[in-house]
Structure formats: structure tokens, C-alpha cells
Design a protein around this ligand. Structure first.
Ligand SMILES: [Ca+2]
Ligand SMILES: [Ca+2]
Length: 100
């Protein structure tokens, strides 16, 4: 049970770091343009490094999607055209469940 809790905390830390690495301005919310910038950067990063461990898993989830309007809609749960950390975290966990 402790292991699960640790794993989840770990994942939350990773998503938190990832979220703030995308948040360019940084105002604690992600816009579509920030997500798109991140997509371009992740694409370059993934072309240069081969993802092997869990750290790259989140990147891969984002990388796999071609329809970024749809990805953004999924990240913006309340439809205000911004994704805050809570929305981002919830959506990422859902994606992780969907794809792993
Ligand atoms: Ca922002
Ligand atoms: Ca929102």
C-alpha cells in the first residue's frame, strides 16, 4: 500500500515539474499556444533521446497525439481555454490509465 502511495506521489511530482516546464509565462495555467510550444520541444527531445524509463512516459503520452486541439480540450476540463494544474493532473492521470 505504501508503495502505491509513493508511486502516486512520484507521478504527481513528475507531472508538476512537467506542467511548470510548459508554463512559459508562468501564470500557473497552460494555454493552447503553450501546449503547442511544448509539443514542438518534446518532439525534438524525443528525436534526440530514446525514452527508456518512466520519466519519459508522460512525454510519450503527449507525443503520440496528433490532434492537439483535442488534447487541449481534454486538458481543459471546464472549457475556459486554460488548463490549470488540477485539470492538467486529472487529465494526465486519465490519459495514463487509458494508455498504459
Ligand atoms: Ca501560462
Ligand atoms: Ca480550464
Amino acid at each position: 500500500m505504501d508503495e502505491d502511495v509513493d508511486e502516486l506521489k512520484d507521478l504527481k511530482d513528475k507531472i508538476f515539474t512537467f506542467f511548470y516546464s510548459i508554463d512559459n509565462n508562468p501564470d500557473g495555467t497552460l494555454t493552447f499556444s503553450e501546449i503547442k510550444t511544448a509539443r514542438d520541444r518534446i518532439r525534438i527531445e524525443l528525436e534526440n533521446t530514446r525514452p527508456e524509463d518512466d520519466d519519459e512516459e508522460i512525454f510519450e503520452i503527449f507525443y503520440r497525439h496528433e490532434n492537439w486541439e483535442k488534447v487541449f480540450d481534454a486538458l481543459d476540463l471546464d472549457g475556459d481555454k486554460r488548463s490549470d494544474f488540477h485539470e492538467f493532473y486529472t487529465a494526465t492521470i486519465d490519459y495514463k490509465l487509458l494508455f498504459t
